[in-house]
Design a protein around this ligand. Structure first.
Ligand code: PHE
Length: 451
């Protein structure tokens, strides 16, 4: 059945929607990926482009994707089918939903492995990282990557956790989980910033992230920053569309999306500051890559009073942040199986989770046994990361901008985005011109067609 289902579950309030959507947006992207990408992409240059992308592409698209979900009232594929029909267009627009639901599963396969690292570090942190040094921290992380069974065990646990919540349903599972985990996360990030101010090198961190050295902006920086702005706002992967489909008609999309974008950006910047303050105070390398937080934070926790309590607490909250995001990566496909193939929610969640779990095993092995397996010069982990964040997300984002900006009837858009006068015109213009042109320009750059 592709017809919209009017009896779908709905979030219990406007705040619930903000919370779950922020829960989707705020995740490993903010606390793990943003700091290491900033580190490997020249610091402030990356931050500057990232912020520009959030404002000019990310936020307008976040609103557009939420709108498509709510208007379409269905899983991403059905929702796109419904809005396309309403606009008098063909079924091929469902491709947006398809790219989304499959991309989300690909992301989840490596996301879960990384979340597994964090689970391991939650456990390690309970011993306080006594006597850890720069060298032993790096060796400790390398040791984890070299151990396939450990990686797979943690990945399995994390997938079970994710499936468990999604199997419980929209309000009973997803909303409940977010209501507990999100406020705790905010508190601990603020605490860590406080620590950075008092004992670490906050001025150096601020300089590194905000002196805005325009000359350091390279093609790679621009492409990475755009990809990351999609990743961090959960765009183009059906997650936002699925969550939007559970949103009440009366809630303001503009206001809620605005809060989500602000919260997401704030957490990324704060996490970045806290981590770089420690990096510079301890003479660590900002460009050390995906292991950055796992090589820096243990050193801080080993030295701070009460570190063996704060440490595990912090990593646990990163697990929570990852969890609320992974739920949103699984839900779109699960909703599709339920609505289109009449699966029970339980069966849909376990079946999808099982498939993603298998792919995740390949990801885990790509760090050790299968490290030689390469496609286009990339290992399995890097390949899935690049394919999703650098290609599928921008492509889907482009199609969403074109659809919402050019294809939908204006009165339907106005009906959803109740933003009078100038605000509406600004949003629509950005969506119609700025976002697509920026995405296409960046694509062309990368393909080397221009510049
Ligand atoms: N936004 C999440 C994060 O930053 C990741 C994510 C991407 C979640 C796409 C859902 C969809 O960690």
């Amino acid at each position: 059945m592709e017809t919209a289902n009017v009896n779908r579950s709905h979030w219990s309030s406007r705040w619930a929607f903000i919370l779950v959507t922020a829960g989707s947006a705020i995740g490993l992207g903010n606390i793990w990926k943003f700091p290491y990408m900033t580190g490997t992409n020249g610091g402030s240059a990356f931050v500057l482009v990232y912020l520009l992308c959030i404002v000019s592409i990310g936020l307008p698209l976040l609103m557009a994707e939420t709108m498509l979900g709510r208007r379409g009232q269905g899983n991403p594929v059905a929702a796109m089918g419904a809005v396309a029909r309403e606009a008098g267009l063909g079924r091929y627009w469902k491709i947006i939903g398809l790219i989304g639901v499959t991309g989300a599963l690909l992301i989840l396969s490596f996301y879960s492995v990384v979340a597994g690292w964090i689970l391991e570090y939650t456990l390690r942190a309970t011993s306080g990282f006594d006597g850890i040094t720069k060298e032993s921290a790096a060796a400790g992380f390398a040791g984890l990557l070299a151990d396939p069974l450990r990686l797979i065990a943690w990945h399995s646990l994390f997938m079970v956790m994710t499936v468990f919540v999604v199997a419980r349903g929209v309000t009973g599972g997803i909303e409940q989980a977010n209501k507990i985990m999100m406020p705790a996360l905010f508190a601990i990030v603020l605490g860590l910033i406080g620590y950075g101010m008092v004992t670490a090198d906050m001025p150096a961190a601020i300089r590194f992230m905000f002196h805005f050295d325009v000359s350091a902006i390279t093609r790679e920086v621009v492409f990475s920053a755009m990809g990351h702005s999609f990743f961090t706002l959960s765009l183009g992967m059906g997650a936002i569309m699925a969550y939007g489909s559970y949103l009440d008609k009366g809630t303001s999309i503009v206001r809620t999306c605005f809060y989500v974008a602000i919260a997401d950006t704030a957490i990324a910047l704060l996490a970045g500051l806290a981590i770089f303050a420690i990096v510079f105070a301890k003479g660590l390398a900002p460009a050390s890559g995906p292991g950055l937080i796992l090589q820096t934070l243990p050193i801080a926790f080993s030295q701070m009073p009460g570190g063996s309590v704060v440490g595990p607490l912090f990593f646990l909250l990163v697990v929570f942040a990852a969890w609320t995001s992974s739920i949103s990566l699984l839900e779109p496909f699960v909703a599709l199986l339920i609505e289109r193939f009449s699966f029970s929610r339980k069966r849909a969640a376990w079946a999808t989770g099982g498939a993603v779990w298998l792919l995740g095993i390949a990801v885990a092995l790509s760090f050790n046994e299968w490290s030689e397996v390469k496609l286009f010069g990339l290992g399995i982990f890097d390949l899935l990361d690049s394919l999703t964040t650098k290609i599928m997300m921008p492509l889907s984002g482009l199609l969403i901008a074109v659809f919402a900006g050019w294809m939908m009837q204006r009165r339907h858009v106005e009906d959803e985005i109740a933003l009078g006068g100038k605000g509406f015109a600004l949003w629509r213009t950005t969506l119609r011109y700025v976002s697509p042109i920026a995405i296409v320009a960046i694509f062309l750059h990368v393909i080397g067609a221009v510049g």
